[in-house]
Design a protein around this ligand. Structure first.
Ligand SMILES: [Zn+2]
Length: 124
């Protein structure tokens, strides 16, 4: 059986979540900035509009990247929520404690490994 998190472990993970959130927010701000700059350069270079398909697929990649950031950010803030409610570190499916080692790698994890793989299989 996994042990529930100790106070020290919880504090470590709370800090990890905080750091992760700041890093994500910075990354998203940078990304947005880049996108604006790239878009501006493209508009200058491609005023004839010949490469419209190329531009569309570039934009799709940008979109996917920031969607992923957004998803992670949402997961991080959900985890911070669970910390407040004292349900952090508990699998949302089976309610078993999630091992500290797993949370160290992925502090926003909301499921234990077993439930996570079931979840991913059933979604595919
Ligand atoms: Zn579980």
């Amino acid at each position: 059986m996994n042990q529930p998190l100790s106070k020290e472990q919880q504090a470590t993970l709370a800090h990890a979540l905080q750091v992760r959130r700041q890093a994500l927010e910075r990354q998203m701000a940078l990304h947005q900035h880049d996108q604006t700059r790239v878009e501006f350069a493209r508009d200058l270079l491609l005023q004839d509009g010949d490469d419209a398909p190329q531009r569309a697929s570039d934009r799709e990649v940008d979109q996917t990247l920031s969607d992923l950031d957004l998803q992670t950010l949402a997961a991080v803030s959900a985890a911070q929520d669970r910390l407040q409610k004292d349900t952090y570190g508990q699998c949302i499916d089976c309610e078993d404690p999630i091992p500290f080692e797993r949370l160290l790698i992925e502090p926003e994890a909301e499921r234990c490994l077993a439930c996570q793989s079931t979840h991913e299989t059933s979604r595919a």
